[in-house]
Design a protein around this ligand. Structure first.
Ligand code: GRF
Length: 188
């Protein structure tokens, strides 16, 4: 599992009882996600980013390999992995994004939704490919934008959905029920 921030999705995965989270890797030593992992007795690895994406990617892959990881689950991981990771884990890197992709990729998905005035946004879980917030879509859920919403209130509503959706998708993936055929996801 890769996380850079608060780690509420990590917590949701832990609370769901999913087995198989071998290590939590972070680029941010004091990320709350790291503390959550430690409290759950999950090993942690800190891999700081040092201005070289391919070296960083290599170190992330090495850290994952050390624990025998067979997939990478990203949740609030604020770095872009290089192509070496995608080659090493083909259709085995998952990410969760707080919009209905392909709308609003990037770091400020929630404020983009607000500034466009959409009335529906949502959550996307997808496989990671070479592009940012891109790759075969595994699952999506819509979330309404309500009058008076600000970034905080809308993100909170989105996160509630994330915390329900991500554990279900990761569990299905671990059971082998998420397949990719001709670039698209097929759920078994
Ligand atoms: C989530 O909203 C996720 O969609 C986005 O970053 C946020 C991470 O939240 N990629 P957390 O660290 O899991 O609380």
């Amino acid at each position: 599992m890769l996380a850079s921030g608060a780690g509420t999705n990590l917590q949701a995965l832990l609370d769901s009882g999913i087995e198989g989270i071998r290590v939590v890797i972070s680029d941010v030593a004091d990320a709350f996600a790291v503390r959550r992992a430690t409290e759950a007795s999950i090993p942690t690895e800190i891999v700081p980013f040092a201005n070289n994406r391919s070296a960083f990617t290599e170190k992330i892959c090495e850290a994952a390999a050390k624990y025998g990881a067979e997939a990478l689950v990203l949740a609030g991981f604020m770095r872009v992995l290089g192509p070496a990771a995608i080659e090493r884990f083909p259709h085995r890197i998952l990410n969760i994004h707080p919009s209905l992709l392909p709308a609003f990729p990037g770091v400020n998905a929630v404020s983009q939704a607000l500034s466009h005035g959409v009335t529906i946004t949502g959550v996307t879980v997808h496989f990671v490919d070479e592009k940012i917030d891109h790759g075969p879509i595994i699952a999506q859920r819509a979330v309404p934008v309500l009058p008076g919403d600000d970034e905080e209130s809308l993100h909170a509503r989105i996160q509630k959905v994330e915390h329900d959706l991500y554990p279900r998708v990761v569990a299905a993936f671990l059971r082998g029920d998420v397949l990719v055929e001709q670039g698209k996801v097929v759920l078994r």
